[in-house]
Design a protein around this ligand. Structure first.
Ligand code: NAD
Ligand code: LMR
Length: 332
């Protein structure tokens, strides 16, 4: 039960009533992500869709007394388009996760068609929605969404995001472990893509730029391959879900803050980017400013060291192939 004061606080949070849809809401990421979105006061209408389990997750979350309605949808009765109808933000964590020994690219054969079909449905039912792609391999699934929306004639580069926030939060945590500092006060600009060597943490831009080389190399490697630590520890039961839910909720909140017209909302994301287009790399993660229309500014990566320039060159080679693979999947 709410006190009158709490009720008043509630009313003030109704200023930005946003509809948010999670596709894959019954899964390892989908459930905790939906919980965190239920706790976000910017969200007033939360729609959960999955091949299985979403109505149950929705019923469970609906008992939490925050200012949002929660609805669960299954594939029958046109559930996907109902979940998407006129929504403002779509998060896509649908698809299979890795098992030990797999790369993210090994997920392509299953996840590519899942993401393509969900993107097409979003293009029809919510052509103006901001779409946040979590399903791996992100370096390819984001171009898949772009091409699917182009086919529907509703692609707008400023409304599509690959969620790379987990790399940023890992970088904050791991650098704080090396330095013995408070992780909430650490920020590392992580650019490129979201797999292995395409993940490029720019340590030279932090206050620890003169860290010794062996420590720095180990830190960079841990940030690039942090996902493997979780896959190995889960031993066949999937990949990061809880830290990913937190990362997804943080990035969704940034997108909602932009929608609400808050100023100076900056976060890193894998977007349709002009930074390396001349080299044939159409998508790249760097800091972006978010506003009511989605991406309002794409920032360059900033000054980098000669070692980082070498890593960037290697990252770009892989990224280019990953992006082309996604584009070709939809067009062939
Ligand atoms: P999971 O298997 O626990 O959950 C996936 C859910 O997707 C399941 O509930 C499944 O029923 C659902 N699903 C499958 N096909 C669907 C469809 N066509 N429509 C709707 N729902 C569908 O997996 P998870 O651990 O939640 O991971 C999901 C994806 O997220 C994986 O591809 C994983 O690699 C990726 N991931 C990305 C990041 C990142 O940083 N971007 C981090 C972690 C995991
Ligand atoms: C991660 O970075 O944890 C995710 O991309 C999941 C994975 O496969 O590692």
């Amino acid at each position: 039960m709410f006190t009158r004061v709490a009720r008043r606080a509630f009313t003030t949070t109704r200023v930005n009533p946003y509809k948010v849809t999670v596709l894959g809401a019954g899964g390892g990421i989908g459930q905790p992500l939906s919980l965190l979105l239920k706790l976000n006061h910017k969200v007033t209408d939360l729609r959960l869709y999955d091949l299985k389990g979403a109505p149950g997750v929705a019923a469970d979350l609906s008992h939490i007394p925050t200012n949002s309605k929660v609805s669960g949808f299954a594939p029958d009765n046109n559930g996907l388009s109902q979940a998407l109808s006129n929504t403002d933000v779509v998060l896509i964590p649908a698809g299979v996760p890795r098992k030990p020994g797999m790369t993210r690219d090994d997920l392509f054969s299953i996840n590519a068609s899942i993401v393509r079909d969900l993107a097409s449905a979003a293009g029809e039912a919510a052509p103006n929605a901001k779409i946040l792609v979590i399903s791996n391999p992100v370096n390819s699934t984001v171009p898949i969404v772009a091409e699917s929306l182009k086919k529907k004639g509703v692609y707008s580069p400023n409304r599509l995001f690959g969620v790379t926030t987990l790399d940023s939060i890992r970088a904050s945590r791991f650098i704080s472990e090396v330095q013995g500092t408070n992780p909430t006060q650490e920020h590392v600009n992580v650019v490129g893509g979201h797999s292995g060597i395409t993940i490029l943490p720019l340590i030279s831009q932090t206050k620890y730029s003169n860290m010794d080389k062996a420590t720095k190399d180990a830190l960079i490697h841990r940030i690039q391959f942090g996902g493997d630590e979780v896959v190995k520890a889960k031993d066949g039961a999937g990949s990061a879900t809880l830290s990913m839910a937190q990362a997804g909720a943080v990035f969704a909140n940034a997108v909602l803050s932009g929608l609400a017209g808050e100023r100076d909302v900056v976060a890193n994301s894998f977007v349709d980017s002009p930074l390396y287009k001349s080299e044939g790399i159409d998508f790249f993660s760097s800091p972006i400013t978010l506003g009511p229309e989605g991406v309002t500014k794409i920032h360059p990566i900033g000054e980098i060291s000669s070692e980082e320039a070498e890593l960037l060159a290697k990252a770009k080679e892989t990224l280019k192939k990953n992006i082309e693979k996604g584009v070709q999947f939809v067009n062939n």
